[in-house]
Write a protein that binds this ligand. Structure first.
Ligand SMILES: [Zn+2]
Length: 277
């Protein structure tokens, strides 16, 4: 049994503040240790549950956050950025039986600790076929096309509620309870590691590959915090402005959909100007 862990950081133990997840800050140095603790707990739990191989795909920012030297020796880690499937890179090779979303968070424009969808502020909402989308939901559509079930999701309590929408069978662990976008009641790394390890052991039983699901076509709609960002996004072929600050495009598969999303966010990021956005 091979498990892939997609590891994002905003939903990690103890994380509630932008500097906590911003590489290079003293707070990030401290929080990456708690993030590593969460991920390692999942590695241990999946092995407890019978996994032979657990591969971690770093999925936050520059995708260089986890402390490899603190992981269980059975783990393997894909670190660094620029990957075909970004946050779920590695799921496409036909040998993954289940995927875990560790350290995930809620989507742009919704309640939740450090809620956002890819771009921290510029994107104020994403919808897939009319349904409000988090990164978890987008990635769940991608992995379904490879027949890989989402078996475990960790993050704040609202991330667990979100996961119930896109992966109703997944085991969830809330490592903190949302108070505001920048505040949460946090549980200690010792406590959350025990919770995640037990949940991952349970989740291993759900790691059974199924026939790939083609859920498309997918119409992806994005809303930005400024009109010129919507206009800028339309340089990507197939992307059309559908409102003052909104664009939409349609893809037959979410493989294409997530790659178009990457193109849009890359182009839009380049158009965000100092202070005014
Ligand atoms: Zn994220």
């Amino acid at each position: 049994m091979k498990i892939l862990i997609s590891a994002d950081m905003e939903g990690a133990t103890g994380v509630t503040w932008p500097a906590d997840v911003l590489p290079g800050t003293p707070q990030w140095e401290r929080c990456r240790s708690m993030f590593t603790s969460d991920v390692n707990a999942a590695v241990l739990g999946f092995h407890d549950g019978g996994a032979d191989q657990v591969v971690i795909n770093e999925a936050h920012w520059s995708m260089r956050n986890l402390l490899l030297e603190r992981l269980d020796s059975r783990a393997e880690m894909l670190t660094g950025r620029h990957k075909t499937l970004s946050m779920v890179e590695g799921v496409q090779h036909g040998d993954v039986d289940g995927i875990a979303f560790v350290g995930y968070h809620t989507g742009a424009g919704t309640e939740g600790v450090l809620a956002h969808t890819y771009l921290a502020n510029s994107i104020t909402g994403v919808w897939v076929n009319g349904v409000r989308a988090s990164e978890g939901l987008l990635n769940a559509h991608v992995v379904a096309e490879y027949g890989v079930p989402v078996v475990l999701v960790t993050g704040d309590d609202l991330t667990c509620v979100d996961a119930a929408g896109y992966a109703p069978d997944a085991v969830t662990v809330a490592v903190k309870d949302h108070v505001s976008r920048y505040a949460a009641v946090c549980r200690t790394p010792a406590r959350t590691a025990a919770d995640i390890r037990a949940a991952a052991k349970e989740a291993a039983a759900l790691a059974v590959r199924y026939e790939p699901v083609r859920g498309g076509p997918f119409t992806v709609e994005l809303e930005f915090d400024a009109e010129h960002l919507a206009m800028t996004a339309t340089v990507v072929p197939g992307v059309e402005q559908c409102g003052e600050r909104r664009v939409a495009y349609t893809s037959e598969t979410m493989y294409e959909g997530i790659r178009a999303f990457k193109a849009v966010t890359t182009v839009v990021s380049a158009a965000v100007e100092e202070q005014y956005g």
